[in-house]
Design a protein around this ligand. Structure first.
Ligand code: GDD
Ligand code: MN
Length: 810
């Protein structure tokens, strides 16, 4: 045995010997002397060397050099500079192994928690038992972990040991202390290339990744630290869990696993998280005597950290698009927020839907699970990927196709406008199995066939199947483009095709739709949109119908229409002024027949055609509804519904639309949960329908100081168009409208045509503005109609009966 030679390992002066004792150190200066002295004594008679792999910032290296100079065994030092320390303890050990040419390496801590006297015992075990690995165990035989600094550390150590053994029941069968940092291993049994030591637990890495190893154990007593502080931390805990998950997932979840496999793994992790939550809750309440509420909140953080580590390190191991902090905080936020969602959902299901509470509970868990999985899978843990195009191609778009940030022409509000310049026709859509078709014909001007039932068009339903030939508008269900989540909504126009595609963040499952106008109008709608016919109708179908009608010489004017003894009256207003209430009053109190409440089909000669959609009852419309007309339950529901679907509700929606959110999906979900209050007019007021009528008066109603005035022609057209546009103010339309092409007419041409048609229709109609501060329009309209009727009568009477007295006006 050669005496104390100190060689810096960087000089590569390795020598073959029986054993290399590898000691990772980080700021252990006060332990070096004692450690080397005891080691020297313990290693007497053994052909061994000591190799320190040091990451210290204090004078540990100097102490090693000094002590090593007088040691009986060769002492080498590999000092890693701050830039070389990636991987910490684990990589230090691996590097040490790589610098050894001995038959055995022994790994031990530099703080004397691992008694040097045990080193020869480990080697002896290995020699006599023919083992590959000898683990110094705190948990076998006479072993003792009493040196762990606190009860907490003890629990953590035991817990993580159990966890590791549960994860690798076969490989860790013979190992009671896979967390041990104290072990001997026959160098030849290792495949260094397979070890990835960026965690705390190199032994576990070795046992899990190497081929079958013969493992024996040797009990030892884990001593208290000689000097200095432990480097273990919470962070190490999470890293440990992630490593364990990654280690396990390598064999269980091969890369590129399917969504179903990921979802299953996700569910399994969630289930284990419930166990962790329960154990933590129990410990916090029973052992630490914390109040239940505090304990519950803390326990949730435990299970969140747990789930995160397993999901982040296992299911989604590998490089990710988002940073660690974003992922962790995002995940924690989702978990805590979903806690808040579950309670009201539960209440809703039990109280409103009358579902048994146990089943409701499972439903909320499932709902939360799906939400959490989708968000995690599609948003949090995504890999860095190039921008995807609708076709699902993974290749990045050509430069000019990208929407450059900040270019207002290409980015409207929160929406990306992408112009697809490729010659590829229209993005492929996979059509979904369709329910029987529904057929509608709007006064034989426009026909619609739809896989989704459109309650708004019920009046126009063709009871005996479709008209011969293809419908003007075809609505099919399908999946559009790729299933990838996107950071913002996107409208895509196809330079070489009259088509436009709207896609939201949620990928295929959301409210995506594709309007293909190359041959008629074909709308493909995503599953969520298909399940929300009202949103589909108002945001997509009606807007398209409007311009299709224009192309056929009709205007779909945003106005109500009533028929008073053959005199057509149009009512126009900004949304939520009080149009519907006024219509109801006129019908109830002044007779009159109903053509439409919201939209009226008008031809160039000023003739109106009915468009009777179910009425939406907003809050101020409530007072025009007679209590007796609805059931008690309908009334109760109506109060809630009308609040959500009021102008304020819609304003909230529109404001959300200006933010980067999947607005249609949110809208569809809201409507799904709280359907808008829709009633066929005859449910609200007894009246008759009328199909068509010659219009002679138009009233623009306003909430203002009482006033009646005629409206000049130019201004009238502007205002009517503005009112109509107002009805289509909901976000998606204004984004895709500019891409419309119908019968060869572009959007601007269609609008010009609509204007001309409207001007022609208005030529024979008297238009007046009617302001009222107190919803008094119905009375005034009735009076004004009477007056003009009387005036007309009088002008006749003047000729026929000149003797009539002026007092006769009653
Ligand atoms: N080179 C290097 N780089 N050494 C390090 C680093 C590092 O980043 N971090 C810690 N070390 C050294 C320490 O200087 C010490 O010699 C040894 O690794 C163990 O570190 P401690 O900070 O003392 O860890 P511990 O006592 O909390 O953990 C012990 O128990 C664990 C099981 O509960 C160690 O024996 C672990 O290996 C063991 O897994
Ligand atoms: Mn220690």
């Amino acid at each position: 045995v050669t005496g104390g030679v100190l060689v810096e390992a960087t000089e590569q002066t390795t020598r073959s010997c029986e054993a290399t004792v590898i000691i990772p150190t980080r700021n252990e200066s006060d332990n070096v002397d004692a450690l080397l002295a005891r080691l020297d004594a313990a290693l007497q008679g053994i052909d061994a060397e000591v190799l320190f792999v040091d990451d210290s910032d204090d004078d540990t290296p100097a102490r090693i050099r000094a002590a090593g100079a007088t040691a009986r065994h060769p002492v080498r030092l590999l000092h890693r500079l701050p830039g070389e320390r990636a991987g910490g303890l684990g990589s230090a050990v691996l590097q040490g192994i790589a610098h050894s040419e001995a038959t055995w390496v022994v790994v031990m801590d530099g703080d004397l928690q691992h008694p040097p006297e045990v080193v020869p015992e480990l080697l002896m075990s290995g020699w006599y038992k023919g083992a590959d690995v000898v683990v110094a165990s705190r948990y076998t035989g006479a072993g003792d972990a009493s040196g762990l600094s606190s009860a907490g550390r003890n629990w953590v150590s035991r817990g993580s040991t159990m966890l590791a053994r549960a994860s690798f029941p076969r490989r860790l069968h013979a190992c009671t202390d896979p967390m041990s940092g104290f072990f001997a291993v026959r160098r030849a049994s290792l495949d260094l290339g397979r070890l990835r030591p960026n965690g705390f637990k190199i032994l576990l890495e070795i046992l899990a990744r190497s081929g079958r190893l013969r493992v024996v154990e040797h009990p030892f007593t884990f001593a208290a630290r000689h000097a200095g502080d432990s480097k273990a931390s919470w962070r190490e805990g999470i890293i440990y869990l992630r490593r364990l998950a990654a280690l396990r997932a390598v064999t269980l979840l091969p890369g590129g696993s399917s969504t179903l496999v990921r979802a299953t793994a996700f569910a399994a992790v969630g289930a284990s998280g419930i166990v962790v939550n329960s154990v933590a809750l129990w410990a916090l309440v029973r052992v630490l005597n914390l109040p239940l509420a505090v304990a519950a909140i803390l326990a949730t953080q435990f299970s969140t950290a747990w789930n995160f580590a397993l999901i982040d390190g296992g299911i989604y191991r590998g490089a990710k698009a988002r940073g660690f902090a974003t992922r962790f905080i995002g995940f924690a936020a989702i978990n805590n927020a979903l806690l808040l969602v579950r309670i009201p959902l539960l209440a809703l299901l039990v109280d409103r839907a009358h579902i048994h509470f146990l089943i409701a509970n499972i439903l909320t868990l499932l709902a939360v699970f799906v939400g959490r999985f989708v968000l995690s899978d599609r948003v949090l843990f995504t890999r860095e990927e190039p921008m995807t195009l609708l076709s699902g191609r993974r290749t990045p778009l050509p430069r000019e196709d990208r929407a450059p940030a900040g270019d207002s022409r290409q980015r409207i509000g929160p929406v990306d406008l992408v112009v697809d310049l490729t010659s590829a026709p229209i993005p492929p859509v996979s059509r979904l199995r369709s329910a029987p078709l529904h057929h509608y014909s709007v006064h034989d001007i426009v026909t619609i066939s739809s896989a989704v039932r459109l309650p708004e068009l019920e009046y126009f339903r063709l009871k005996d199947g479709p008209l011969p030939g293809r419908a003007d508008i075809e609505i099919v269900r399908g999946r559009i483009g790729s299933s990838h989540l996107r950071a913002r909504s996107r409208v895509t126009q196809y330079a070489n095709n009259p088509a436009v595609c709207y896609q939201e963040h949620l990928g295929r499952i959301g409210c995506d739709f594709l309007v293909d106008m190359s041959d008629g109008v074909k709308i493909t709608v995503g599953p969520l949109l298909a399940s929300s016919p009202h949103v589909l109708y108002t945001n997509v179908v009606e807007a398209l119908l409007r311009f299709l009608l224009v192309s056929r010489g009709y205007v779909l004017l945003h106005s109500a229409c009533l028929d008073f003894n053959g005199r057509g009256v149009l009512l126009s207003a900004l949304t939520d002024t009080g149009k519907t209430g006024t219509v109801l009053r006129l019908l109830r109190e002044h007779g009159g027949r109903f053509l439409s409440d919201d939209m009226t089909v008008l031809d160039a000669s000023g003739r109106a055609h009915c468009y009777p959609k179910p009425l939406t009852i907003s809050q101020h419309t409530l007072r025009a509804v007679n209590a007796g007309d609805l059931t008690r339950q309908e009334w109760r529901r109506l109060r809630v519904q009308s609040r959500i679907h009021s102008k304020e509700g819609r304003n909230v929606g529109a404001r959300l639309g200006a933010i980067n959110l999947p607005i249609m999906s949110l809208n569809a979900t809201t409507q799904y949960i709280v359907p808008p209050p829709k009633y066929v007019v005859q449910r609200l007021v007894p009246c008759e329908n009328s199909t068509t009528v010659e219009v002679d008066s138009l009233f623009i109603i306003e909430r203002n100081e009482s006033r009646v005035e005629d409206v000049a022609a130019d201004q009238l057209i502007d205002e009517l168009i503005a009112n109509t546009d107002d009805a289509y103010g909901f976000p998606p339309f204004r984004y895709f409208a500019p891409a419309l092409v119908i019968d060869g007419l572009g959007y601007d041409e269609l609008r010009a045509r609509e204007r001309a048609l409207l001007a022609s229709a208005m030529a024979s109609i008297r238009a007046r503005r009617l302001a009222s501060p107190n919803f008094g329009w119905a009375e005034q309209i009735h009076r004004l109609l009477q007056e003009s009727a009387d005036a007309a009568d009088e002008s006749i009477e003047e000729v026929v009966d000149v003797r009539r007295a002026p007092t006769a006006s009653d």
